[in-house]
Design a protein around this ligand. Structure first.
Ligand SMILES: Cc1cc2nc3c(=O)[nH]c(=O)nc-3n(C[C@H](O)[C@H](O)[C@H](O)COP(=O)(O)O)c2cc1C
Length: 194
């Protein structure tokens, strides 16, 4: 399973990046999972202003910066979107990147790992709704992480005490990854029959 881990915040000092590194490290513990971090900072795009919805625009003209993002996101079998919670929702830069998507997520499993004062739970609920309109297959398991900035270092290592808690974020992420792999295996077979 080629797993795309999308970093949904681009501001300086963001914690989303080290959260993504922690996800990538944890994903590498599973057989058959190839994680790759996709940092939106590497895909700067203008605010969406196309004349029609990308899904219903056969004459769509795609700017090179947008095409680079679409080509990258198309490469994966499954997705984890890392989101901060900004004003009870997702960062605008993440919503903007998703608004450009057409068929790249179709019938592929996706989930969310979030952080914030309530673990980013409100952002996660919004993002699951948004991704379902982007045609991803949203799996039930997600991870809402309170206190990620203290718990994870810059290299993505999780504090050992927190890691040892079976009901903490590490256990939740392990379950989400196993489920993502299950859905990815099942859906890739189904997509091959399309
Ligand atoms: C514009 C803005 C709005 C925020 N709104 C919320 C919020 O509604 N709920 C919350 O728990 N945290 C909120 N926060 C705090 C963020 O969750 C916290 O800064 C987090 O580190 C942001 O993720 P990032 O560092 O990856 O950008 C907000 C932060 C910013 C910058």
């Amino acid at each position: 399973m080629k797993l795309g881990i999308v970093v949904g915040s681009t501001r300086p000092n963001r914690v989303s990046l080290k959260e993504a590194k922690w996800i990538a490290k944890t994903a590498k513990e599973l057989d058959g999972v190839e994680p790759e971090i996709v940092d939106l900072k590497d895909y700067p795009m203008p605010f969406f202003d196309e004349p029609a919805s990308p899904r219903y625009n056969p004459d769509r003209k795609i700017e090179p910066a947008v095409q680079k993002w679409l080509d990258k996101i198309n490469q994966f079998d499954a997705y984890i979107f890392v989101t901060a919670e900004y004003n009870h929702s997702i960062p605008a830069v993440l919503k903007n990147a998703i608004d450009y998507i057409t068929t790249e997520l179709n019938r592929k499993p996706a989930t969310v790992v979030s952080h914030g004062s309530v673990g980013g739970a409100r952002a996660t609920m919004h993002l699951k709704e948004i991704l379902s309109e982007s045609r991803a297959a949203i799996i039930p398991q997600a991870v809402t992480f309170i206190g990620v900035s203290d718990a994870v270092d810059e290299e993505g290592n999780l504090n050992e005490d927190i890691k040892a808690n079976p009901y903490g974020p590490y256990g939740a992420l392990q379950i989400a990854l196993v489920e993502l792999k299950w859905y990815s295996d099942a859906l890739s077979v189904a997509r091959s029959k399309d």
